[in-house]
Write a protein of this length. Structure first.
Ligand code: PXL
Length: 273
């Protein structure tokens, strides 16, 4: 039994991010993936010029109460893009719907390239930090890590000591394992720093010429699925990075809104055995 994971993030109907990534990718890992939508959007907010947005906060306590009535429980939770008023309802669900020992994966989706995503105010990172407290794994990029710590993002010119001090700060928020993404000490390599609070280990891949929207969601989904299959944090992180790189390489140049991850599902299935 590999278990059942509940992912809590938005449904962007078009754009290959959040739920439309998590459901197929986590399923491909052999893990049952249930979902609690935080919002419904016509398309994601990164790169499209406009979108519709319906916040689903009001549904959360109703769904939680129904799950309690039916004794529906989960082996793991994976949170992604959520709305500012949802931190308390989500914390409540992660408590009431947890099987004993349930894992918490938190991808603090809110920012990239030094900036908060459109729609999030300056007070949101402090709220997101509350989700990180008690998480088994948090998966911030360098921008999100800085915002979680109330600092200005530093995206280049840093060293290992800087990354390791940042990881220590994130552990101090109450996260057991920290996986920092987008780490680079030399121009040709891009990777992750994986910390269990005692040791920081690194994994790098060659930096690709292109970037793509939604890669963070592919990374987090593979990571959560692989960790539930028993891989260590470093192994899960290395696999997730390999899948992201292969997906970017498989994405046609005119496919601008996301990453064509479906083309590398066979690779993911094969690597998980
Ligand atoms: O991929 C992260 C993400 C998820 N959901 C929505 C987004 C973004 C990034 O822009 O806009 C709605």
């Amino acid at each position: 039994m590999y278990g059942r994971l509940l992912t809590i993030q938005d449904v962007s109907c078009v754009g290959q991010c959040s739920a439309t990534v998590a459901l197929p990718v986590i399923s491909a890992c052999g893990i049952e993936c249930a979902m609690l939508p935080s919002a419904v959007l016509s398309n994601h907010t990164g790169g499209f010029s406009a979108w519709t947005f319906r916040d689903l906060t009001d549904e959360m306590p109703k769904i939680e109460a129904e799950w309690q009535r039916q004794n529906i429980k989960f082996d793991a939770f994976y949170t992604g893009y959520v709305c500012p008023p949802q931190i308390d309802p989500i914390l409540s669900i992660m408590k009431s719907a947890a099987k004993p020992g349930a894992l918490r994966f938190v991808d603090p989706v809110m920012a990239d390239n030094g900036k908060l995503y459109t729609g999030f105010g300056d007070d949101f990172p402090a709220q997101m930090a509350r989700l990180c407290e008690g998480a088994d794994y948090i998966l911030p990029n360098l921008t999100e890590a800085a915002f979680l710590l109330g600092r200005k993002p530093v995206l280049e010119g840093y060293d290992k000591a800087f990354i390791e001090e940042m990881a220590a700060g994130l552990h101090a928020l109450g996260a057991k394992n920290v996986v920092l993404t987008g780490v680079s000490f030399e121009p040709g390599l891009l990777g992750t720093a994986v910390s269990d609070g005692k040791e920081v280990r690194y994994d790098f891949n060659p930096r690709l010429a292109r970037t793509s929207h939604g890669t963070g969601d592919v990374f987090a989904s593979v990571f959560a699925g692989a960790a539930m299959r028993g891989l260590s944090a470093l192994e899960a992180s290395a696999l997730a990075a390999d899948v992201v790189c292969a997906a970017i390489e498989a994405t046609p140049d005119d496919h601008w809104y996301g990453v064509a991850f479906e083309r590398v599902i066979p690779l993911l299935v094969e690597r998980l055995g």
